[in-house]
Ligand binder design. Structure first.
Ligand SMILES: N[C@@H](CCC(=O)N[C@@H](CS)C(=O)NCC(=O)O)C(=O)O
Length: 235
């Protein structure tokens, strides 16, 4: 039953949405999801832009922020850091360990997300096949998988011996490895980590959130909204 502690989550079943769904499940926080259908243009509704000015999911509104007053947040990395701070989970307290996690979280936000997103785009969505773009982003995807694999050869989780928000941020992006031109078996340490994370009950619940609503982006209207004129209208 929703109460004054229930966090409102504005989201869609994509990797950036999954990060927040998984974190909420891992932390056992009460939350209520409001679907923002990005293929239909819900992300441009004024009420959504008021909490997410960059017209992207996910965003949250926590009625009980750090000062007891409501807080709204966008950007999945910031939301993960916020929820970790709120619950004291998945972000170590020691400075050294915390910075280790934050650097890998930034690696996900600045590298893994944008580059794998472009690999997916040019391989799957671009109306014409542009070999330069396909090669550039597929190679970049392979390079990033290699970096992660090397890191996981040394330790169980991406930022050390403990599972953290850095693992939670990276995992959902690697679920569509086929669409990024990757063969998972080429990265054995990464694969072992991936399989172990996929087994976690909270992860399994998290990736199911809103999953039934997602449809492949194949129609021209959705493409136009996400990649065309609608995206670039001044708001
Ligand atoms: N850096 C942002 C990226 C969010 C993002 O790219 N969201 C996509 C879905 S995964 C979206 O909402 N796209 C809708 C649009 O661009 O209009 C984050 O991590 O929260």
């Amino acid at each position: 039953m929703p109460d004054s502690k229930t966090i409102d989550v504005y989201s869609w079943p994509t990797p950036n949405g999954h990060k927040v769904h998984i974190m909420l499940e891992e932390c056992g926080l009460p939350y209520r999801v409001h679907p923002v259908n990005i293929g239909k243009g819900d992300q441009f509704a004024p009420e959504f832009l008021a909490i997410s000015p960059n017209n992207k999911i996910p965003a949250i509104v926590d009625p009980e922020g750090p000062d007891g007053k409501p807080i709204s947040l966008f950007e999945s990395g910031a939301i993960l850091v916020y929820l970790a701070g709120k619950t004291g989970q998945f972000l170590p307290k020691g400075d050294r360990e915390r910075y280790d996690v934050l650097q890998w979280l930034m690696f996900q936000m600045g590298g893994v997300g944008p580059m794998l997103g472009q690999a997916h785009h040019f391989r799957m969505y671009a109306p014409e096949k542009i070999p330069y773009a396909v090669d550039r982003y597929t190679n970049e995807a392979k390079r990033l998988y290699g970096v992660i694999d090397k890191q996981l050869a040394k330790q169980r989780y991406i930022a050390g011996k403990d599972y953290s928000i850095a693992d939670i941020a990276i995992f959902p992006w690697l679920r569509s490895w086929q669409n990024q031109g990757i063969v998972l078996e080429d990265y054995p340490h990464l694969k072992k980590w991936f399989d172990a994370i996929a087994e976690r009950p909270a992860v399994q619940r998290g990736v199911k959130v809103l999953a039934e609503l997602r449809k492949p982006i194949t129609d021209d209207k959705s493409r136009e909204i996400l990649f065309g004129k609608t995206q670039y209208e001044r708001r």
